[in-house]
Design a protein around this ligand. Structure first.
Ligand code: 5GP
Length: 291
């Protein structure tokens, strides 16, 4: 192999300046993608004629898209057969059309989002999965209404909308719930409007609800995919429920009983996922929304 050419100090300075300009240019493009000012189509067009943009990594472009985090970018690239280090200038024709189909359709509102319903026994870790999914993807995670009292660490409008019995009754009367159910002495319901608006605008939606509610959703909306989150073992679930400091012993016993009957309905779900690792479950949910 030939040794690299010796650069004069001027040539080295010029090369460094060019590299810095190229990085700045790409950072600017990514910022515009992030705020929605520049579309994927526009960036791909630019990549064909502009050397700086051509050198941008596909992963960097996808991760700059609003709500597309590292995990979704990785899953999408894998599905499209794009290696993780690929640059825009190295994309094949077919890969470019796959990227456009994925992102342009969403931008035009032509593609409805997917509705995933995550259910399973209390204490299995559904809400941890839902929180993590919200952090790493563009899933729209529904916030339920409930008549139960808020726990010390819960925030109104973030964890739940805490309602009185009368307020809950009123929402039922106005048909504002996609589903609602009684659970451990309180009522829980999914506000219909947010879910429908999100799906219509192409967003993938996650509902984290108990099993009765999940079956109601499936009856009304056959597009819903019902996922049952299972603990690695029954003992595992028992120890999680027993360690819940916020419950009284009677309430814990009641929850265990409920968990037992909930576990029996796993067979009626579209899919069972074992909650061995939160990150694994989150990746499976993200890829379910893509396939
Ligand atoms: P927790 O009181 O522990 O927050 O929730 C109790 C159960 O209610 C959990 O299984 C949770 O998934 C479920 N849940 C939360 N929101 C809803 C909802 O909107 N509808 C239904 N059917 N269940 C819900």
């Amino acid at each position: 192999m030939n040794p690299p050419p010796k650069l004069t100090p001027e040539a080295r300075a010029a090369a460094l300046a060019k590299a810095a300009a190229s990085r700045r240019f790409r950072a600017d493009i990514k910022a515009q993608v992030k705020t929605g000012q520049m579309s994927v189509r526009k960036v791909l067009d630019l990549a064909a004629s502009n050397e700086f943009v051509g050198k941008m990594r596909v992963s960097a472009l996808l991760e700059s898209l609003p709500g597309v985090g590292k995990i979704r970018a990785q899953v999408l690239m894998e599905k499209m057969g794009i290696s993780f280090t690929r640059r825009l200038q190295g994309l094949g024709k077919h890969q470019v059309s796959q990227l456009l189909a994925e992102f342009d359709a969403v931008a035009q509102g032509l593609k409805r989002g997917k509705l995933l319903v995550l259910s399973g026994p209390g204490g299995v870790g559904k809400s941890t999965v839902a929180h993590r999914l919200r952090e790493v993807s563009d899933f729209w995670v529904s916030i339920s209404a409930t008549t139960r009292k808020s726990r010390p660490n819960e925030i109104e409008g973030v964890d739940y909308y805490f309602l009185s019995d009368e307020q809950f009754d009123e929402k039922i009367a106005h048909d504002e719930f996609l589903e609602w159910a009684q659970f451990a002495g309180a009522r829980y319901g999914t506000p219909r409007m947010g879910v429908e608006t999100a799906l219509r605008s192409g967003k993938n939606v996650l509902l984290e609800i108990e099993v009765d509610g999940a079956f109601q959703v499936k009856r009304h909306t056959s597009e819903a995919v019902l996922i049952f989150l299972q603990p690695p073992s029954w003992e595992h679930l028992v120890s999680r429920l027993e360690n819940r400091g916020s419950d009284t012993p009677e309430r814990r016993a009641h929850r265990l009983e409920l968990a037992q009957s909930e576990m029996a309905s796993a067979k009626d779900f579209d899919l069972i996922l074992v909650n061995d690792e939160v990150e694994n479950v989150v990746s499976r949910l993200v890829s379910l929304a893509i396939h």
